[in-house]
Design a protein around this ligand. Structure first.
Ligand code: NAI
Length: 507
């Protein structure tokens, strides 16, 4: 059993940049005396002035009592020398992202602090095992990975290197909890949890863009309005900055010895080469120059309501569409489940994508007039759906299928006939990566879902999403993607395969 550090314990924070200042704020608010150190003269004092102003603002808004705000502010002290951290029980490092510089600092610290002092790094990409290798007592070092901005983001990844003592990770976990954070345990593997499992959110969208599936605005709108993601992948990459995002993608890819799962995209390379770094440079996928506005998503104009609508079975999509049609006074009939047919409208047959293209699905099922719809987080709430139309589907049938969805109040974006549309393949690959992280002992299933909900604001943990989709369906989607591309990138996690055969899920 471990417990949180006492509030009397001095916390040292090294690096008074965006992250260090945020961590110092969290620790001071958590009741600890905090010593902040930066090698840029004046930087620590300036950061402390900023934190105190934050506390005052919080008091003015009633989020913190004036007494607590001034007490927390008074607990912060700027220091100039590592030797002044001798009485710390915990030192969190948030300096430049460089292994040698971090190792040198930790060695210097180790010579100064007591034997029981815990050392932690806020690194987002450097191996905790590698940092620890320079220490006489690597067991006292762990990762304590906050997200930006640290005072607002609840998630903290507590990262154990090969030598980290379980009690050290336990104490950090309990301390983060006492600070009001939601910690998760992770093993020190490339990208830890969030920066690894989030890769497909960008990678699949970049793939679809490379293959001409649709433009950025349309794909972003589908991810938001059907997928329930707060931001689409392209607008998010523009916000993160392509230099940063490409560097993370490349470093995770290299760290996994060039595993094609993590292969970066040439589009990212091009944007970085061009200096189109996103919002901060005025141009990325979108323009941020003065007066520029985002292009609207491609939306099929209103079509006539089709006749002879039949909905098959009781899938989530069929039930939601039935309710939406009813709400709009549109006539339809319901029939027993018929294979994976979702609906028919006029001469069209609609199915939810299973990772095949519409054209292949039409060929395999001998149904030329096939239209596929994308996955939605919740078909009863989605405002937009992507569709793809088989090559030999006639126009009248395609219009009937799209007209049905419009009659159920979906805005419809027709994508080129890429496999797995956009939301389904993205969610399938997120869940695949999450499953592999669990299978490889990086973290447990609950941790990965918590990390993705809180670290990157996903509307649902990828494994909970996999459960609700059904692992058999997920595995079918991944299998079809792997067949289409013939790439190891789309290999199905052994844990998903196991769970399908064992009739289990991730709950
Ligand atoms: P930053 O560049 O804003 O701040 C770094 C600070 O460290 C600067 O004030 C610099 O003067 C100081 N510094 C550099 N070397 C030092 C040394 N040897 N001794 C004392 N001070 C030194 O960087 P930021 O964004 O705060 O990142 C810091 C660390 O946190 C990095 O390891 C980064 O990977 C990690 N991180 C960053 C996140 C972000 O979104 N910015 C999120 C999570 C982790």
């Amino acid at each position: 059993m471990t417990q949180a550090l006492s509030q009397l314990a001095v916390v040292g924070v090294i690096g008074a940049g965006a992250m260090g200042a945020g961590i110092a704020q969290v620790a001071a608010q958590g009741g600890h005396p905090v010593k902040l150190l930066d090698n840029r003269p004046g930087a620590a004092a300036q950061a402390i002035a900023g934190i105190r102003a934050q506390f005052e603002k919080m008091a003015a808004k009633g989020k913190l009592s004036p007494e607590l705000a001034s007490a927390a502010g008074a607990r912060l002290q700027a220091v100039d020398q590592v030797s002044e951290l001798a009485d710390a029980a915990l030192v969190v490092e948030a300096i430049v992202e460089n292994l040698q510089v971090k190792q040198t600092l930790f060695k210097e610290l180790e010579a100064v602090v007591s034997g029981g002092c815990i050392l932690a790094s806020n690194t987002s990409s450097i191996s905790i095992t590698a940092i620890g290798a320079a220490l006489a007592s690597p067991q006292r070092l762990a990762g304590l990975h906050f997200f930006n901005p640290a005072p607002l983001m609840a998630l903290v990844e507590v990262v154990s290197g090969l030598a980290t003592a379980p009690e050290v990770a336990g104490t950090l976990y309990d301390t983060a909890l006492a600070w009001g954070k939601t910690p998760v345990h992770a093993k020190s593997t490339p990208g830890f949890i969030v920066n690894r499992v989030a890769r497909p959110y960008y990678a699949e969208a970049l793939r679809v863009l490379t293959e001409g599936g649709a433009d950025c605005a349309t794909l972003d709108a589908c991810c938001r309005e059907a997928g329930g993601f707060r931001m689409g992948p392209f607008e998010l990459m523009d916000m993160i900055g392509h230099d940063v995002n490409f560097a993370v993608t490349s470093s995770v890819w290299r760290a996994f010895f060039n595993d094609p799962r993590f292969l970066p995209s040439l589009i990212q390379q091009d944007l970085v080469d061009a200096g189109f770094l996103g919002k901060k440079s005025g141009r990325g996928f979108y323009s941020y120059e003065e007066g520029a506005s985002k292009p609207p998503p491609a939306t099929v104009p209103a079509l006539a309501r089709p006749h002879a609508i039949v909905l098959y079975g009781q899938s989530a999509a069929a039930r939601a569409i039935a309710l939406r049609l009813q709400a709009n006074g549109v006539a339809f009939t319901q029939a027993q489940a018929k294979g994976d047919t979702l609906a028919t409208a006029g001469d069209a047959t609609l199915r939810v994508t299973d990772g095949r293209t519409a054209t292949r699905c039409a060929f395999d099922t001998q149904t030329p007039n096939t239209v596929l719809i994308d996955l939605a987080l919740d078909y009863s709430k989605a405002t937009r759906l992507a569709v793809s139309v088989a090559a030999r589907c006639d126009d009248a049938a395609a219009n009937s299928a799209i007209g049905l969805l419009q009659a159920a109040d979906f805005a419809v974006s027709q994508l080129q006939d890429i496999p797995g549309l956009i939301v389904m393949r993205t969610v399938a690959m997120l869940a695949n990566e999450a499953a592999d992280a669990v299978n490889q002992g990086v973290c447990d299933a609950a941790a990965v879902d918590t990390a993705m909900r809180l670290g990157v604001n996903y509307p649902c943990g990828p494994l909970a999403w996999a459960n609700s989709l059904g692992l058999a369906q997920l595995s079918t989607v991944l299998g079809h993607l792997a067949q289409t591309y013939g790439e190891d990138r789309y290999r199905t996690s052994p844990l998903i395969q196991h769970h399908v055969f064992a009739a289990k899920d991730f709950s």
